[in-house]
Design a protein around this ligand. Structure first.
Ligand code: 5GP
Length: 259
């Protein structure tokens, strides 16, 4: 296959020009970074698992009426997505105190919050993704009040839905980060859609029974068994057949692509 033109390389993904105008191919890497790039490493098989986990969750969200940028998974590490105008705001939802909220406010990790809390961060690596409020977002034109209404409503719905999906497989959804973009149709009408990915890279997932962390905090905090945790999330979601390993999946995919 002809080499595709690279559009952008991020920390965990590379974006290539897609086969049709308005589409992109997202390639999921095994690279992992944390603390605004200060910690770097590799989580073997992460790209393969996140590609599958995100596909699975994006399709479920599509089924409940959430518009997303996801079109279809192409192969082990790649998915076809719609090109969006990126809204430079990270939307974080928290159900249980953890991470930066616990550090900033002194609320012990694991404290159940009385209601879900939504926070906004300005997507800017140089500034270390600072927390912002709605006033900043509208004043600096990152998103309109209508965009905010749209993504806030979607975010709360996604949180309720994913909380249930994970609860059903014995996992507590502690918090997660979403990103949104805009798509313009032929008439120039604009629609806000869910973009990026949903995976253990940007969710905190704790085992319901033991409280064990099953997400990127295992990498961030050097807890070990990082690959195993991502694999276990995929297995419980039913994406990894019983007994399958990353190696057997890789072989199957290779055979599929040849055949
Ligand atoms: P915290 O603000 O506690 O560091 O993160 C809250 C949640 O959002 C966590 O689930 C974390 O994984 C996710 N999150 C926040 N910022 C980022 C980011 O820049 N990259 C990724 N992968 N996840 C993020």
């Amino acid at each position: 296959m002809a080499r595709r033109r690279q559009i952008y390389e991020g920390k965990a993904k590379v974006l290539f020009e897609g086969p049709e105008p308005g589409t992109l191919v997202a390639h999921f890497k095994d690279d992992a970074t944390a603390f605004n790039n200060q910690k770097r490493g590799t989580i073997t098989g992460k790209g393969v698992l996140n590609n599958r986990i995100s596909e699975f969750l994006m399709l479920k969200l599509h089924d409940i009426g959430i518009p997303t940028h996801f079109i279809r998974r192409l192969n082990m590490r790649e998915q076809l997505i719609r090109e969006v105008e990126v809204i430079p705001v990270e939307v974080v939802v928290r159900n249980v105190a953890a991470g930066s909220m616990s550090q900033r406010l002194g609320v012990p990790e694991g404290t159940q919050l009385p209601r879900s809390i939504v926070e906004y961060y300005y997507k800017n690596d140089e500034l270390g993704d600072p927390m912002v409020c709605e006033e900043h977002i509208t004043a600096f034109g990152w998103a309109s009040p209508q965009d905010i209404d749209d993504f806030l409503a979607m975010t709360l719905r996604i949180n309720d839905f994913l909380t249930g999906v994970f609860m059903g497989i014995g996992i507590k959804l502690i918090d997660f980060k979403l990103e949104y973009g805009r798509i313009y149709d032929e008439n120039g009408d604009v629609r806000v859609v869910l973009a990026d990915e949903i995976s253990p890279d940007n969710c905190r997932l704790w085992d319901l029974a033991t409280g064990e962390k099953m997400d990127k905090d295992r990498f961030r905090r050097d807890l070990g068994q990082v690959e195993e945790a991502y694999q276990e999330v995929a297995r419980r979601l039913g994406i990894l057949p019983e007994g399958a390993t990353l190696e057997t999946i890789a072989r199957e995919e290779e055979d599929g692509e040849k055949g």
